[in-house]
Design a protein around this ligand. Structure first.
Ligand code: 5GP
Ligand code: MG
Length: 173
C-alpha cells in the first residue's frame, strides 16, 4: 500500500494476539455479562474481532469523544460527541480503544464513566505506546506494546485514510 514503509504486525499475528486477549477476558468475565464500550472510530475493527473471540455473553456500546489535551486533569477536558445509550450503574465495563498514546482521551472517558457508578471499569487496548504519561492510565488488557512511532491500519488512520488495512503498518516515504 502506498505510504506504508514497514509492516509491524501482519494479519495472522494480530489474530493470535486478539485471540489471546479474548481468552483472558472470557475467563475473567465469565457470568458477568460485561458491557464493552468501543471508542470510535479507531477501535471499530479491533472491537469487531475481539467480540467474536469472546465465548461469554456480553453487550456492546460505542462512544465518540473529543479530547482537548492536558490543560487540566479534570473530567472537563473531554467532549462526548456521542454518548452510550445504556445505564452502566452496577455494570462491569470494559473500554475498548485502539491505542494508548498520551492517554488523555482515555483518562477523561474513564472519569466520566466512573461518575455513573459502574461495578468495575477496565481498559482494553489494541496497542500500548511506549511513552511517558502525565495521566495515571494503564491498560488492563492489550495486544501489543509498540515504540513511539506513528502507526496506521487495523482501524487506525492518518487523515481518515488507512483504517481498512488488515495489518498494522508504519507510515513513511
Ligand atoms: P491519546 O489521547 O492516548 O493521546 O490518543 C488518543 C488517540 O490518538 C487514539 O485513539 C488515536 O486515535 C490517536 N493516535 C495516537 N497515536 C496514534 C498512532 O500512532 N497512529 C494513529 N493512527 N493514531 C494515533
Ligand atoms: Mg481513537
Amino acid at each position: 500500500m502506498d505510504g506504508i514503509s514497514r509492516i509491524l504486525y501482519d494479519q495472522a499475528t494480530i489474530a493470535s494476539a486478539v485471540k489471546r486477549v479474548g481468552a483472558i477476558i472470557s475467563e475473567e468475565y465469565r457470568d458477568k455479562n460485561p458491557l464493552l464500550i468501543g471508542v470510535l472510530k479507531g477501535s471499530f475493527i479491533f472491537m469487531a474481532d475481539l467480540v467474536r473471540v469472546l465465548d461469554i455473553p456480553c453487550e456492546m456500546e460505542f462512544m465518540v469523544a473529543k479530547s482537548y489535551g492536558q490543560r487540566t486533569q479534570s473530567s472537563g477536558v473531554v467532549e462526548i460527541l456521542k454518548d452510550i445509550n445504556t445505564d452502566i450503574n452496577g455494570r462491569d465495563v470494559i473500554i475498548i480503544e485502539d491505542i494508548l498514546d498520551t492517554a488523555n482521551t482515555l483518562f477523561s472517558i474513564t472519569e466520566v464513566l466512573k461518575a455513573r457508578n459502574p461495578a468495575s471499569i477496565k481498559i482494553c487496548v489494541f496497542l500500548d505506546k511506549n511513552i511517558e504519561r502525565k495521566v495515571p492510565v494503564t491498560a488492563d488488557y492489550k495486544c501489543f506494546d509498540i515504540e513511539n512511532e506513528f502507526v496506521v491500519g487495523y482501524g487506525l488512520d492518518y487523515a481518515e485514510k488507512y483504517r481498512n488495512l488488515p495489518y498494522l503498518g508504519v507510515l513513511g516515504v
